[in-house]
Ligand binder design. Structure first.
Ligand code: DC
Length: 637
């Protein structure tokens, strides 16, 4: 459960968003089929792209993540994909499921593909039939035209193919992506309606960047030559569907948000969402390398055909109740078959919070009204979760029942959402106290909080609580996802100096030697950190401020804090203090402290550092009151 903190100030933010999921998964496929080494920059790391990387690796593609964290090097197979030694498991990833079908056929032997329930319930028939007509054999292990299935492409040919374009453009993209590695040329004719055309243009653009030859005879007929792919260095744009949430946030809040790296030459159709908010009354500035939206304080309802930008339907639907008139979204009946039945899901959840909304023949109509607080069911659909989070920025009390589903395409979503709140957070009365273990910051923070009549939060106790629960459940600390799930699930509460997790008093347990030994690893887990940061910020917002003590409060959690203090003491002094508290020998503690310092200051995510703006205070030889009075004076200036 996560209740979204409303904005207290309109945002004024420039955002760097993660790479496009759709481009990442296309570029991974194409680089994996190319001859030689390719380099992809700006790669998105999320559940859907990990699933794609994993599947490609199982088919013999070499993938190495580079140290800068955002690029990958790919050793391509020159089209000679290997038969995976095990089932390709595509989880919930639509692109991976669809793109891997023709790729599996390229292996030329039996390949089993399976995935989660959600993906089994989505349509795949059109693509399966197309592959069969090109000579591939498909055996369905449970239900026709669905996973699990076995593909055998030993007799795969190129040739002529007609495909219906009205259900998902991913069928067409999947065939196009594999086609340069077919034995002969592929001629693809699109019948009937065509949805999400910009995604086909995106596919072609990525393919061409790796040397593919595609002749677009007309807007319904493509001929792909069997040339294979050439290795390349390719830069992936930020994700335009992800950007839609922030453009919507600017439009409804009267603030201003700029997304860097998404410009007028973008190959993503979803940049078209700015046209929607512009029609509703927001001001849009488009440049070569950025898009900016500024809310004007008035939003009108519009009629929007969203066939080409259907992934942004939830974004528009969630803000539509705030417009002055009804909003009609049309030509999107096919989104009933996305991660959830999005038409029904959106209408149901909007009605739950007092909004009048109705299904139409090809979409929905949403009426303006007073939006009430309520708990939104996300249907495990990342776009439902992100869209309603944006509404929660202006409507107090919007709660998501399973916020973690955003990790499918945007694991850092809530961190970026916090960047939108920076202007408001700057007004909070935050005293950030950071420093290494045993520097005296806890005692000091409690004392200063008393002097300033502010509440106090021991953020280290939060990481310790996660570690204690993980140990109690015998979870593997190396399993980052499992530990992050624990962090998301548990409810940590502080009351009268004691620490409760759910209803258990863990005050003593979180100081045990086992937790001391485990906590640095838990605190180095980026998923855990993201969840803890969110909770820490929320704690302070509810109270209008507070004294927060930890390692990254001034540097990462509240970079806009009113005062940042970094407390240190010599290692000998720190060990002596801990020894007095615990009765253990100074030497023992000294070694433990130095090890913890090293782990805390060398981890990749938010290492322990004195922020540039922090006042550094060495407490060696000073009394608590000397230091607390000094901090009180600095804070009150
Ligand atoms: O302050 P402490 O010893 O209770 O902290 C326990 C662990 O949590 C320690 O390894 C540092 C880590 N921590 C952190 O990484 N970030 C914080 N804000 C607070 C603590």
């Amino acid at each position: 459960m996560l209740t979204i903190d409303p904005l207290v100030e309109p945002p004024n933010a420039r955002l760097d968003l993660p790479g496009s999921k759709s481009i990442t998964n296309r570029a991974l496929v194409v680089a994996g089929l190319a001859d030689g080494e390719s380099e992809l920059a700006g790669v998105l790391f999320s559940e859907d792209t990990h699933v794609m990387m994993d599947s490609l690796q199982k088919m013999g593609v070499g993938i190495r993540q580079n140290l800068n964290g955002l690029s990958v090097s790919i050793s391509g197979t020159g089209g000679g994909l290997e038969r995976p030694g095990e089932t390709l498991w595509v989880h919930q990833s639509g692109t991976t499921a669809r793109f891997c079908l023709p790729l599996a056929a390229l292996c030329g032997q039996e390949v089993t593909i399976d995935g989660d329930e959600q993906i089994k319930n989505r349509p795949h028939e059109e693509l399966c039939k197309a592959l069969q007509s090109l000579g591939a054999q498909i055996e369905y292990l449970e239900a026709p035209n669905s996973f699990p299935l076995v593909v055998n492409g030993k007799d795969l040919q190129g040739g002529q193919l007609s495909l219906n374009g009205g259900i998902s453009s991913q069928f067409i993209s999947a065939l196009l992506l594999a086609a340069p590695c077919f034995p002969d040329q592929l001629e693809l004719n699109i019948d009937g309606d065509l949805v999400s055309r910009p995604y086909i243009d995106m596919t072609i653009s990525v393919m061409q960047a790796f040397g593919a030859q595609i002749q677009q005879v007309n807007d319904r007929r493509y001929v792909v030559s069997p040339t294979g792919y050439r290795n390349s260095r390719y830069e992936i744009e930020p994700d335009a569907s992800a950007a839609s949430y922030f453009f919507a946030a600017a439009a409804i809040s009267g603030g201003s948000i700029t997304v860097e790296g998404l410009g007028s030459r973008s190959i993503q159709g979803d940049t078209g969402f700015v046209d929607i908010v512009e029609k509703m009354g927001a001001k849009v500035v488009r440049s070569d390398n950025a898009l900016s939206v500024t809310g004007t304080g008035s939003l009108i309802g519009i009629d929007a055909s969203m066939k080409e930008i259907s992934d942004t339907v939830p974004t528009l639907a969630a803000i539509a109740p705030l417009a002055s008139g009804p909003t009609v979204i049309s030509d999107v009946a096919f989104i009933a078959q996305k991660e959830s039945d999005r038409v029904t899901a959106l209408i149901t959840e909007l009605r739950k919070i007092g909004v009048q909304a109705e299904k139409t023949e090809t979409g929905m109509v949403i009426y303006p009204g007073d939006v009430q607080k309520g708990t939104i069911h996300t249907y495990d659909d990342h776009r439902i979760a992100m869209a309603f989070s944006i509404l929660g920025l202006v409507v107090p009390g919007i709660t998501l029942d399973s916020p973690q589903c955003v990790a499918k395409t945007f694991p850092s979503f809530f961190d970026v959402l916090d960047q939108v709140r920076v202007a408001g957070d700057a007004k909070l009365s935050i005293l950030a106290i950071d420093g290494p273990a045993g520097s005296g910051k806890s005692t000091l923070a409690k004392q200063v909080a008393k002097q300033l009549s502010l509440e106090y939060l021991d953020t280290g106790a939060m990481y310790r609580s996660v570690a204690a629960v993980a140990l109690a459940q015998s979870a593997s600390l190396d399993d980052e996802a499992e530990i992050a799930e624990i962090a998301e699930r548990i409810n940590i509460r502080f009351d009268d100096g004691r620490v409760y997790v759910d209803d258990d008093d863990l005050t003593e347990a979180i100081r045990s030697p086992e937790v001391n030994a485990a906590v640095s690893q838990v605190a180095a887990n980026p998923g855990v950190r993201s969840i803890m940061r969110r909770q820490q910020r929320s704690w302070a917002r509810v109270r209008g401020g507070g004294v927060l003590e930890g390692r990254d409060i001034g540097s990462v959690v509240f970079p806009e804090a009113r005062l940042k203090v970094y407390v240190t003491a010599t290692p000998e002094e720190r060990a002596r203090r801990r020894s007095l508290e615990s009765g253990r020998s100074v030497e023992d503690i000294m070694e433990e402290i130095l090890q913890r310092d090293t782990k805390d200051s060398t981890r990749g995510d938010s290492p322990l550092v004195a922020d540039q703006e922090a006042v550094v205070i060495d407490t060696t030889g000073k009394t608590i009151h000397e230091t607390s009075d000094y901090i009180e004076e600095l804070f009150s200036r």
